[in-house]
Write a protein that binds this ligand. Structure first.
Ligand code: BTN
Length: 263
């Protein structure tokens, strides 16, 4: 089923910039609650309460990119999880255009961007319902993206890196932002017109350790097998010894070869 756009993003996006904010995702939620608009791009130079997946902190020192895009696609919520892949591919394309060795960029499920196996960028997709007395509740989505430009956090669950460590001399967050938005609006409109397939293909082309042994930790449960693919819902398919695949929609991925956990 194809996604029905609220309106093409390329025509509707507009930038809201902040020096310091708690979290650009939180600001997106406040905007949505205040009437908001599809395509609002919230950019901050630093965050005081940046958040990552699974309730983790996203350390947000000045010099890196912190941006959220507020969206209101009119489609089943189940399909909206595909948006994190739209953002992941856009972030991958962005950094591939910047680093001297673009072949070392990879996408790690669910939506991390790696450089030489270390985390360079992360995506946090959130959805919220805003009551509306006239039309009934409205569903909003916010895709938050953090790209490490100048610094990478230490002592985190998954080894991290930044563009500077990847050999990029001097690039401002504003330039990385404009390149990311360029890729994101294009991919979002492709997704609206053509569905998930082209996005899925672009993500799988960059998939980290596809076809290799994998452990997925989901709370207290652990699933081991081979990283088979990512399906049309964006779920990770893990092939078991008996040949059957298990679909996973949330968790931390560990690769057996030369790797740590996904933060
Ligand atoms: C992750 O890998 O855990 C996701 C990290 C997402 C961080 C970004 S930075 C901009 C936006 N605002 C937030 O508070 N989080 C996201």
């Amino acid at each position: 089923m194809k996604a029905q756009p609220h309106s093409p993003l390329i025509e509707s996006y507009h930038l809201l910039s902040y020096d310091t904010i708690d979290s650009t995702n939180e600001e997106a939620r406040r905007l949505a609650e205040g009437g908001g608009s599809h395509g609002a791009v919230i950019w901050a130079k630093r965050q005081t309460a940046g958040r990552g997946r699974m309730g983790r902190e996203w350390i947000s020192a000045e010099g890196n990119l912190y941006v959220s895009v507020l969206l209101r696609p009119e489609m089943p919520l189940a399909l909206c999880s595909q948006l994190s892949f739209v953002a992941a591919v856009a972030a991958a394309e962005t950094v591939e255009g910047i680093v001297p060795q673009p072949k070392d960029i990879a996408c790690k499920w669910p939506n991390d961007i790696l450089f030489k196996g270390k985390k360079l960028a992360g995506i946090l997709l959130e959805s919220f319902e805003v009551p509306d007395a006239e039309t009934g509740p409205k569903r909003w989505l916010c895709v938050g993206v953090g790209i490490n430009i100048d610094s990478a956090p230490e002592h985190v669950m998954y080894p991290a890196t930044c563009l500077r460590e990847a050999g990029v001399e001097l690039i401002s967050a504003k330039i990385v932002l404009s390149r990311f938005i360029h890729h994101f609006v294009h991919l979002y409109d492709t997704w609206c017109e053509s569905g998930f397939k082209p996005v899925q293909k672009a993500w799988l082309k960059r998939a980290y350790h596809l076809g290799e042994p994998i452990d997925v930790v989901i709370g207290d449960e652990e699933i081991s097998g081979v990283f088979d693919t990512v399906d049309a819902e964006g779920q990770l398919l893990v092939k078991q010894k008996d040949g059957k695949s298990v679909a996973v929609n949330a968790g931390d991925v560990f690769f057996k070869v030369n790797d740590a956990a996904c933060g």
